[in-house]
Design a protein around this ligand. Structure first.
Ligand SMILES: *Cc1c(COP(=O)(O)O)cnc(C)c1O
Length: 404
């Protein structure tokens, strides 16, 4: 029989591969946008599990979907299809440009599928050497070797050389730089409509339009990595819907499962044909348990009330942060869309974003960084107004301590 065992934060250092440096407390329970640690201390959650917990914690709709499916069928493997996966594919294609879906378990895997599709598209095209991928500095696309190389932060990839070849990086939002490297050998351009990990930096709509034109001219696929911006995060169901630019391939994950791991690559009928039986695959992707939860989460978010609510909450956040900044001027800019918000530290506080989130945690607020200079909020899309107010009060206390 298992002995009940007392767990402490120190156990992390004892037993875990040290790729993370988690906070010095252990969370044990959550409800809505509040969570509690082992000592019973309460936190307001502006981190949202890194843009994942779109319905907060323990939402009844998600719990019901999970527990109902848990009693029916968890996993059968892709030799058999299942009802939840087909329902979810129908939901995703009905509500986006896409006509076909490939399911995976994470954002990185969704991007891996997108990049492999692009390479095969190029290799099948008959154009000699059409295998070049264009990506952007400071981008983040995941941690598999291919996706981490496509990401534009060499500190995450250089230790794992030799890296996959044929990926070029240029400055984000610099259309001339992109035009200089996109040519007939380009099979794909991969871009985040808002760079999330890279500092909550939105793309200019003209930049995205220009990339669309360059891809059309050179017969390259335009891939939008919407792993962070998707599923209502910006107040649109997907961020591309704010831009008039339609990608050829879109990747989605994070909020899609509301906390249950799932990712997906969306594309057109014509491009889906590039991948044939056996050319790509996954054991868990599209399993009934994950898809049943995503059915419920996606359906709940894809409503005018929830999406309008995200825009209203954006206003409330920005007004609150600006009021704090008027008292304690530490931020040079508040940017982002919907509930993907970045507070950019002024030069004199540069490098102290982590310090701010540490102080915030002491005050009872979970917040994120995006790089060393940006404090990031990605809360639940339905965070109650009262929790925003209370959370911002705690944030103000943290900022006051930073200034002191
Ligand atoms: C988080 C993220 C990923 C990676 O997703 P994982 O589920 O961690 O593999 C990829 N792209 C973007 C834009 C992300 O924010």
């Amino acid at each position: 029989m298992n002995q009940p065992m007392t767990i402490t934060r120190n156990d992390f250092n004892q037993w875990m591969v040290p790729v993370f440096a988690p906070a010095n407390f252990i969370l044990v329970r959550g409800e809505g946008s509040r969570v509690w640690d082992q000592q019973g201390k309460e936190y307001i959650d502006f981190a949202g599990g890194i843009a994942v917990n779109a319905l907060g914690h323990a939402h009844p709709v998600a719990i019901q979907a999970l527990t109902e499916q848990a009693q029916k069928l968890w996993h059968i493997g892709n030799g058999y299809t299942n009802e939840p996966v087909l329902r979810l594919a129908k939901q995703l294609t009905d509500s986006t440009f896409a006509e076909k879906v490939f399911f995976a378990n994470s954002g990185a895997e969704a991007n891996e599928a997108a990049l492999k599709l692009a390479r095969k598209y190029g290799n099948d095209s008959g154009v000699e050497g059409k295998n070049q991928i264009v990506a952007f500095n400071n981008a983040f696309h995941g941690r598999t070797l291919f996706t981490v190389t496509a990401g534009g932060q060499p500190k995450y990839s250089q230790d794992f050389a030799p890296l996959p070849e044929g990926i070029q990086h240029v400055a984000y939002n610099d259309l001339n730089a992109a035009a200089a490297v996109i040519n007939d050998q380009t099979c794909a351009v991969i871009v985040e409509p808002i760079q999330g990990e890279g500092g909550v930096l939105p793309a200019d709509v003209e930049f995205l339009k220009g990339l669309r034109e360059l891809c059309d001219r050179h017969n390259a696929l335009l891939i939008f990595d919407e792993v962070q911006t998707g599923v209502g995060r910006t107040g649109a169901l997907y961020a591309y819907m704010n831009t008039d630019v339609v990608p050829d391939v879109l990747t989605t994950a994070k909020a899609l499962g509301g906390g249950f791991p799932i990712g997906a690559m969306l594309t057109t009928d014509a491009l889906a044909k590039v991948l044939t039986v056996g050319s790509h695959g996954t054991t868990y992707g599209g399993n009934p348990l994950a898809c049943a939860v995503a059915n419920a989460v996606f359906d709940y978010i894809n409503s005018p009330e929830v999406l309008e609510g995200v825009k209203a909450r954006h206003q409330q956040f920005v007004a609150g942060i600006e009021a704090i900044n008027a008292k304690y001027p530490v931020f040079s800019q508040v940017r982002g869309e919907g509930l993907l918000i970045g507070c950019v530290l002024k030069d004199e506080y540069a490098g102290q974003a982590k310090q701010v989130t540490n102080l915030a945690a002491e005050e009872g607020l979970l917040a994120l960084v995006a790089g060393t200079d940006v404090v990031r909020f990605t809360p639940s899309l339905i965070i109650p107004e009262a929790d925003i107010i209370e959370g911002l009060q705690r944030f103000e206390r943290a900022v006051a301590r930073l200034v002191k």
